[in-house]
Ligand binder design. Structure first.
Ligand code: CUO
Length: 704
């Protein structure tokens, strides 16, 4: 047996070189693997699996080996579930490793990976914080094909030269999907951000729609909330680069204006399909025909969902009305959770009536380049969770889905004064950048973003034909949006005579729309994005101060990578740290920073009831914040626990209000505060804080 790597590394090694046989993997990483056999017909050397194991693999064996994992297709999702079950039923992680090694030569590469990622979210003895970043496993999902070709050439040279230890290949975002001639290129840096796409994969494998009902607390609501935040943040980026907010894709008979040409090719020869500008959303005529899907199905489901929203209830499979309310009584579910499950569609109250709207939309869009199946084309990027966000149509589709949820939210009564007020009074709020560089003095409520280089190690995802002792690292490098860390200081008054904790909620939204008009309360509902949500330490009677660091945000995982060759800061399901702030503009974009201090009800002081109290993580997985698993609580939930905040997700900025403006809303509640924050986008980190050159009246050659 191996184990010269340590348990964490040996588990990770199962993920690597996903397109290569186990024999190659074993050779490259010096692993001991199960016995290998040669197939006399194909000449391939592989592991052998028993008939008993074959039976357990179920549908996973039926999916062709070389296609991507199309998460929105039921049969793919079922295959991941069944394969994960094999990994979940074995006793310890040695067995997970052994089975994984036996199985990997026989099932679809990506379904194998997806099942392993899901296993890390499910097993008590594994931790999602230890999952390798997806880009290190599947670099071809994130990097233009030409960059990988160049990396292979350089790696070969390095092997010949012996002395070269590191090969680095750089690329820029304008070398990928969309050319500068298209306005949509302005936000390509965001759509194609590696960690954002990786986060989306993690989210869907942590919260799969076909997981046993009830296994994830408020999963349907989380589907709404995370994707709502994603769309809201995308629109902030659009405003930053003078683009109008994304239009929902809701008239399904009009052409889709923007096509998408991904320029990525999977290393096993799979070519993601291109979609021409002005393609149509069409019925997909599958072979066999009974697996076809029709736009009219989606229209029918949408009508049923709108009906449910308008009448305030859904109808379950037995014909019983299920009330839709976000003020649920004990024993009732949140209406938004029921809606989320029905729309995605997960544990829907009535799949026959409400269908598969979200998933089927992804599926049809990923085939809209060849809906009649006349050209033997592959699927487009919209069909896979790790690539969908690259395509501008992803956000048009999700803006439509979000608008549907917002239609429901607008049926809910405004929060009452009792639901909004609290004992604490927020006196002042300030946000300040870290003192992150010499000769620069940060100023209150002034934040900066810039592009800075980001690197990851591709040597374990692509076979660069190295031998174990070649010791060459292949690094891929590009610029990503980034920002200095910052911290909030909240001056708070506790009018009671006791030390008391509070829950602080922080949201961000732009102050002005694309036409420079102030966004009113109703329009801001589209934009608020969560920045943080946490319980404070006990606040002393009288005036006290709360300080909170951006790195500890509830939308980030608390795990930090220990890989010296990459700067990947977080593992597991985490909003990308580098995209925590919207880009802002060169002359400063104005944002509202909303802060609320809520009282904590007495029963919330008790430790959170774990859904599985025996979870026993390995000691070397100790997170930086004790007791925090390797996921972002707010956007990903926590596999074994109740959602960390009992209020509706997005509270208190998820419902209409009698107030016309956010200022009027805040003015009525002492436990809320609003600050104005200016986010300035600097070209590069070095230009932050540099004084602008004053214009001079000198007589220049061309002015005099
Ligand atoms: Cu995450 Cu449409 O759900 O992609």
């Amino acid at each position: 047996r191996i184990y010269n790597y340590g348990p964490r590394d040996f588990m990770q090694s199962v993920f690597y070189l996903p397109y290569e046989t186990t024999a190659t993997l074993a050779n490259r990483f010096d692993l001991v693997v199960p016995p290998l056999f040669m197939n006399n017909e194909t000449g391939m050397v592989t592991t052998e699996i028993s008939n008993e194991l074959k039976m357990k693999l179920g549908t996973a064996l039926a999916i062709p080996r070389d296609i991507p994992y199309f998460a929105f297709k039921r049969e793919h999702s079922l295959a991941v579930k069944e394969l994960s079950k094999v990994f979940l039923e074995v006793e310890d992680i040695d067995d997970v490793y052994r089975f994984a090694m036996e199985i990997r030569d026989h099932v679809n590469h990506h379904i194998f990976l997806a099942a392993l990622y899901h296993t890390f979210y499910e097993r008590r003895d594994l931790n999602p914080g230890d999952l390798p970043p997806l880009e290190t496993v599947l670099p071809d999902r994130f990097v233009p094909a030409g960059v990988l070709t160049k990396a292979k050439q350089l790696a070969k040279q390095a092997i010949l030269n012996h002395h070269t230890r590191k090969v680095t290949v750089e690329w820029h975002v304008d070398e990928t999907g969309i050319a500068t001639r298209s306005p949509e290129q302005g936000v390509a840096y965001w759509r194609e951000d590696i960690r954002l796409n990786s986060f989306h994969w993690h989210w869907h494998l942590s919260n799969p729609y076909n997981i046993e009902p009830g296994k994830r607390d408020r999963r349907g609501e989380l589907f709404y909330y995370m994707h709502h935040n994603m769309v809201a943040r995308y629109n902030m980026e659009r405003l930053s680069v003078n683009l109008r907010p994304v239009e929902p894709f809701e008239d399904w008979h009009l052409p889709i204006k923007d096509g998408y040409f991904p320029h990525i090719t999977a290393g096993n020869g799979y070519d993601w399909a291109d979609r021409q500008d002005n393609s149509y959303f069409k019925d997909v005529r599958a072979i066999p025909l009974n697996e076809s899907n029709y736009v009219s199905q989606l229209e029918m489901w949408r009508t049923h969902l709108y009906h449910a929203i308008d009448v305030g209830y859904m109808v379950d499979a037995n014909g019983v009305q299920v009330r839709l309310t976000d003020n649920p009584r004990i024993g009732e579910d949140y209406g938004i959770n029921i809606m989320g499950e029905a729309v995605e569609a997960g544990a829907s109250v009535n799949p026959a009536l409400y269908g598969d709207l979200h998933n089927l939309g992804h599926d049809l869009l990923s085939q809209s380049h060849d809906p009649a199946k006349r050209h033997n084309t592959n699927m487009g990027v919209m069909g896979a969770v790790e690539t969908a966000i690259r395509d501008p149509v992803f956000f048009r589709w999700h803006k439509f889905i979000d608008t549907l949820f917002l239609r429901y939210k607008l049926t809910q009564p405004s929060y009452t004064t009792r639901q909004l007020t609290g004992a604490f009074e927020i006196v002042d709020v300030e946000v300040m950048e870290d003192n992150w560089k010499d000769n620069y003095t940060p100023m209150p409520n002034r934040l900066h973003t810039f592009f800075s280089p980001s690197t990851f190690d591709a040597s374990r995802g692509i076979d660069f034909k190295m031998k174990p002792d070649d010791r060459i690292t292949v690094l891929l490098k590009s610029d990503v949006l980034d920002h200095p860390e910052f911290f909030y200081t909240i001056q708070i008054r506790n009018p009671t005579s006791e030390f008391k904790r509070s829950r602080i909620r922080i949201f961000l939204a732009p102050k002005y729309d694309e036409d420079g008009q102030r966004l009113n309360f109703a329009s801001l509902l589209h934009y608020w994005t969560e920045m943080d949500n946490f319980k404070t330490d006990p606040i002393s009677p009288g005036t006290d101060y709360i300080s909170r660091y951006s790195m500890n945000s509830s939308i980030l995982s608390s795990y930090r990578s220990r890989d010296p060759d990459t700067d990947f800061a977080f593992s597991g399901c985490s909003w990308p740290r580098n995209l925590q702030l919207p880009r802002g503009t060169a002359d400063g974009m104005v944002f509202h920073l909303f802060v609320m201090a809520s009282d904590i009800p007495p029963d919330e002081h008790r430790p959170k009831r774990s859904l599985d109290v025996n979870r026993n993580r390995y000691p070397y997985h100790l997170p930086t914040a004790p007791g925090t698993p390797g996921t972002s609580g707010s956007f990903c939930g926590r596999p074994d626990e109740k959602y960390p905040d009992p209020w509706p997700m997005g509270y208190p900025l998820d419902r209409k209000s009698g107030h016309g403006t956010i200022e009027a809303f805040v003015a009525e509640h002492k436990n809320m505060a609003l600050s104005e924050v200016l986010i300035t986008h600097a070209g590069d980190p070095e230009s932050v804080g540099r004084q602008q050159q004053a214009e001079r009246d000198d007589c220049l050659l061309f002015t005099c």
